[in-house]
Design a protein around this ligand. Structure first.
Ligand SMILES: [Zn+2]
Ligand SMILES: [Zn+2]
Length: 420
């Protein structure tokens, strides 16, 4: 006897089974759209009230990806819709009542011109995501909408911004580089070290008529560029950053950059934390010694640290580039440069820690990271089994997706602005 389903009444036809599955899909799709609508509302509230700044996340999309366990690109979509929620009330309503999908409203929020809510919410009822993208390409070039992640208004610590401006005349090109003091110190230290090297080479030249002119800072700058070029060719992930020289007054624990301005506590601790900075200690105006060399994270230790931590240790971050070796107990307080007292952090979170936005507490094998309110951060998403019924919305069978006739399609035209 063959083990068959013959005991069951006549098997359902192919069409019936597919129909039932599609019904269920439509139901779930409507519910999912409505749930996404609520998620977007929550993210909009978090963004609007600046609640995310205290979490230690570097942006709203980063927070969404971390807390909901979605991909960075989906998090970007959610954040983009949340960012323009008030501009697109009809699209948002479609999401909440389950008739439009997050991806449909997402492409609209990412590209549509201001004032186009009614136009695109209507179009989205029939247009698939791909068709919406085509329609959006046909709209007149919108004013560039700042992307939410580049939106500096919402930066919890905007701080001074670096900038480079250029102009040129017939013979030269001029660069004006504006850097906050911390970055400027790194730049100046690099320039100085290259100039010192050039002068050492120059001194070795015989004092003859062929001797080239004394190297200038401009020569040092070009040498720095070339060195950067070489380094790029042989990428050195474990390479040390340029040494920044900091003078620390041992009695009052105040510091100043070498030949530069005074540093506040946060900047001093940040700069002197990773071993790539050279600290000179003074007391009563006299030099009493240079930073302990044991602070230097040597190559072996650095490798062990990278092997252990892999990424920035702050939950939800995952950055892997340009990581700093942070001393959990600062060496100013006697913290040794040993594996248990070190943690890899990205420059953003390293800065955030020393500025008190987040707190990283060791030892390394029992690391706790807390936000500014002292809540422990964990890398887990917030997902858990639901305790409330799904949203009561109509099933959603998706956009009709009828063959789009782009010949007859009227792209969105912004209404003429009253120039009076
Ligand atoms: Zn540090
Ligand atoms: Zn990080």
């Amino acid at each position: 006897m063959s083990p068959s389903a013959s005991a069951e009444p006549a098997a359902k036809s192919f069409d019936e089974r597919l129909g039932e599955l599609f019904d269920e899909l439509a139901e779930l799709t409507g519910q999912r759209n409505a749930i996404d609508g609520r998620i977007v509302d929550i993210v909009a509230e978090i963004e609007r009230d600046g609640l995310w700044g205290a979490t230690g996340a570097r942006s709203v999309p980063a927070l969404v990806a971390w807390k909901t366990g979605v991909t960075p690109s989906r998090a970007e979509t959610i954040a983009a819709v949340a960012h323009r929620l008030e501009e697109f009330p009809q699209c948002a309503a479609g999401l909440r009542n389950g008739t439009l999908s997050l991806d449909q409203v997402g492409v609209i929020a990412q590209q549509a011109a201001p004032g186009s809510d009614a136009h695109f919410s209507e179009l989205a009822r029939s247009a698939t995501v791909t068709q919406l993208r085509t329609a959006l390409k046909l709209q007149p070039k919108p004013e560039p909408e700042p992307r939410p992640d580049a939106d500096l208004e919402h930066d919890p610590e905007p701080g001074p911004q670096a900038s480079i401006t250029t102009n040129s005349d017939e013979q030269y090109r001029y660069w004006q580089i504006r850097l906050p003091h911390v970055e400027a110190a790194a730049f100046e230290a690099a320039l100085r070290s290259h100039r010192d090297a050039l002068i050492t080479e120059w001194k070795q030249c015989a004092e003859t008529d062929q001797r080239p002119p004394m190297p200038t800072t401009a020569d040092a700058f070009m040498r720095l560029v070339e060195a950067g070029w070489d380094a790029e060719a042989a990428v050195r992930p474990h390479g040390q950053r340029t040494t920044v020289v900091v003078h620390v007054d041992a009695k009052d624990a105040v510091a100043s950059l070498h030949l530069g301005p005074m540093l506040d506590d946060a900047d001093r601790r940040y700069l002197t934390c990773d071993a790539t900075c050279e600290a000179w200690f003074h007391r009563d105006g006299r030099l009493i010694g240079a930073g302990r060399t044991t602070r230097t994270v040597n190559r072996r230790l650095r490798r062990a640290l990278e092997y252990r931590d892999r990424t920035c240790v702050v939950p939800g971050c995952g950055a892997t580039l340009g990581l700093h070796a942070h001393h959990l107990v600062h060496w100013e307080e006697g913290g040794p440069t040993e594996l248990w007292n070190l943690a890899l952090v990205c420059p953003y979170h390293h800065r955030a820690h020393h500025r008190g936005i987040i707190t990283i507490t060791g030892p390394a094998d029992a690391l706790t990271v807390t936000d500014s309110a002292g809540r422990a951060l964990s890398s887990a998403s917030l997902a858990r089994p639901p305790t409330t019924p799904p949203p009561a919305v109509e099933p959603c069978r998706g956009p009709t997706g009828e063959r789009a006739d782009w010949w007859w399609y009227q792209p969105f035209e912004p209404p003429p602005t009253d120039a009076n």
